[in-house]
Design a protein around this ligand. Sequence first.
Ligand code: NZQ
Ligand code: ZN
Length: 385
Amino acid sequence: MNNFVYRNPTELIFGAGQLSHLPEKARQLGSTVLLVYGGGSIKRSGLYDQVTAHLAEAGCRVIELPGVEPNPRLATVKKGIELCRQERADWILAVGGGSVIDAAKAVAVGVPYDGDVWDFYLRRAVPEKALPLGTVLTLAATGSEMNRSSVVTNWETQEKLGASTTFPAFSILDPTYTFTVPRDQTIYGICDMMSHVFEQYFSHTPEIPLQTRFAESILKTVIENAERVLEKPADYDARANLLYCGTMALNGTLPVGVETDWATHKIEHAVSAIYDIPHGGGLAIIFPKWMRYVYRENVERFSRYATEVWGIDADGKTDEELSLAGIEATEAFFARIGAPTRLADYQIGEENLDAMAEKATPFGPIGNFKQLTSTDVREILRMCL
Ligand code: NZQ
Ligand code: ZN
């Protein structure tokens, strides 16, 4: 196991009815709040009315940044920064999915920064200060509710980049808010959280049994609950288990002491930067192909994945055969839940393979399980066509 330092300051407030904690949290963070939300799902579900009522109860003045796009845009973030400065916001409340939370994080670190907030995403600067941020999560997927990452798209330059920004001070996770998540977004969320585990599970770091079993537990729990929520979107326990899995997959628990990979995420972000496809949909296509491209680097790890996660019988099989059986089980699962399986599902052909391969590797080769150059990335993308 490698050395590590682990700290996660986000207070997680989980369960049905837990929005009742919002007034007490709001009073702690200040009297003027920027409320950040997306394209209207929270208005349709009635959550907007509940949140604004709780903020009023706490005596908060509310200013609003509505309309955050899925794959949030830098221009929207900049609008939020201006609003916060003009109105002297004390804190930010994000109500929505990962896109809304990521945009809110960017605003939070952009407000006290004199330069361009995009500097953080280009790795030209590191955020030192941030406005406090709270979140009310409505979609199980990214883990943004309990980590410091933010992923933003600069549509003018067609770049989608992640930055380390700020942890939410608190996140309220009520599984009933995820009942209305459409079927396709539920599927993308499932693929995204599984991919987060894969990025941290496929590692060469030896002697990491606890991290390994944590990762396998999350994968098995997602697999058990995925079809339940797709059959019955208002199954509270299945939604609750998925929601908690999404958080645990990317809140810093899994990578401690482990060399992680993240190449597949960078490849997906390059595809989304050009084609604006849903993140989880892109990952469902790319991850199994990445697995096929790299598994020979460590067949023991891949054969363990097959037996522990998918319950494949190891009897009489070589590590190579087991590895391939695990990858096939992954592909079959994604297909069974209705995830996209090829770039053609999004009408993406070979026209931009070179451009995407370059965009995936802006700072040089990516990944650790196998280091990938832009040529490797191009080959993986070609396998996805
Ligand atoms: O915009 P609204 O109207 O709210 O609708 C959203 C959006 O259209 C809808 N939705 C969300 N909750 C709903 C709902 N519809 C009905 N009922 C609800 N309860 O779902 C659509 C997608 O929302 P979005 O926030 O984009 O989805 P997700 O949570 O999957 O976030 C994806 C973004 O997060 C980034 C991705 O790249 C992508 O930009 N990621 C962020 C990470 C992080 N910060 O740690 C890590 C991830 O790997 C990922 O890269
Ligand atoms: Zn992801």
